[in-house]
Design a protein around this ligand. Structure first.
Ligand SMILES: C[S@@+](CC[C@H](N)C(=O)[O-])C[C@H]1O[C@@H](n2cnc3c(N)ncnc32)[C@H](O)[C@@H]1O
Length: 299
């Protein structure tokens, strides 16, 4: 039997190596340049002062779960986990584009990482939030949830595991930063549509090709992008829209775009707001785990 704690350590060590290769830096755990007063309070009962013992305990656990990509997360007192990304900055823009009040809504976040977005949806009053994250980042989300006690349901699920019959459908589905990491981008979009409740809204965000001349194309990445070997398909903006529409997602709006990482070709990051539309009548399905078409007559 393997020790789960060692599994987490191994997984995090592997990710740590990839992150330091990409960024060439070790991120400080506590980011000095963060104004704590400006950070969201994900937990209602966070202490304004932490005892030295409690602080040391939290720091030790956060270090064990390093590297943190998402952040910053305030844990109480002067303790902030600073990630590689500034998710608070992304929410300044994105947060204005989505409903301020999610009371009574069921929200699904796919590729939750350390849980920043699910915690934000919870802060907006969502009744139930499911955070799906198949990799060891879920341990970061669960560590934070133990502190914040929000009730967000973090599950070790990939999008392939999501099933409306098991998990229900959702009023708001959020999926950001997952598509270009997937070998089966259209199958992912098909699943997102299945998880939407009637009248539901999908906020779908992805890296895309920045060059307007390449808008109709998708670029396949056989090696790595900016040192990250998990990039596969990067669509242009129009190609992305066509993919969404083909699977039966009606694009209601495109949100403002931002520059992507400074990799081998220029990228932008942008969101599409989608409702349920009609899929193409000739669309086929594959089993994304095997690449095989379904048996004749199946969906
Ligand atoms: C670029 S990160 C984006 C994280 C987060 N959504 C955000 O925008 O900050 C991609 C995330 O998707 C997760 N991921 C990778 N494969 C996945 C899959 N098959 N299903 C769901 N999430 C996946 C990764 O572990 C990672 O946390």
């Amino acid at each position: 039997m393997t020790d789960p704690a060692n599994d987490i350590d191994d997984a995090m060590a592997h990710i740590r190596e990839a992150v330091s290769q990409q960024l060439g830096i070790d991120r400080p755990l506590a980011t000095a340049d963060v104004d704590i007063a400006s950070l969201p309070h994900f937990g209602r009962n966070l202490e304004s002062e932490l005892s030295a013992e409690r602080r040391a305990e939290l720091v030790a656990e956060a270090k064990r779960l390093d590297p943190w990509l998402q952040g910053p997360f305030w844990l109480g007192g002067d303790l902030v986990i600073g990630g590689t990304w500034r998710n608070d900055g992304r929410w300044l823009g994105f947060g204005e584009q989505i409903p301020a009040d999610l009371s009574g809504k069921r929200v699904l976040d796919i590729g939750s990482n350390a849980g920043y977005d699910p915690f934000m949806f919870h802060l907006r009053g969502a009744q139930y939030v499911l955070g799906a994250e198949p990799f060891m980042f879920i341990e970061q989300a669960r560590f934070l949830e133990r502190i914040y006690e929000t009730g967000v349901d973090f599950q070790p699920l990939g999008w392939q595991d999501l099933d409306p019959a098991l998990h229900g459908t959702f009023d708001l589905v959020h999926c950001h930063g997952v598509l270009y990491h997937d070998m089966h981008p259209v199958a992912l979009l098909q699943r997102l549509r299945e998880m939407l409740a009637p009248g539901g809204t999908l906020y779908f965000g992805s890296m895309m090709l920045a060059d307007p001349e390449l808008s109709e194309y998708a670029r396949y990445v056989p090696g790595a992008y900016y040192g990250d070997a998990t990039w596969w398909w990067v669509p242009g903006r129009l190609a992305m829209r066509w993919m969404l529409e083909s699977v039966g997602l009606e694009v209601l709006r495109q949100l403002p775009v931002h520059d992507g990482p400074p990799g081998e070709f220029a990228t932008i990051n942008g969101y599409f707001e989608c409702g349920i539309g009609e899929p193409s009548p000739v669309i086929t399905r594959v089993d994304s785990s095997t690449g095989a078409p379904p048996p004749r007559g199946a969906g």
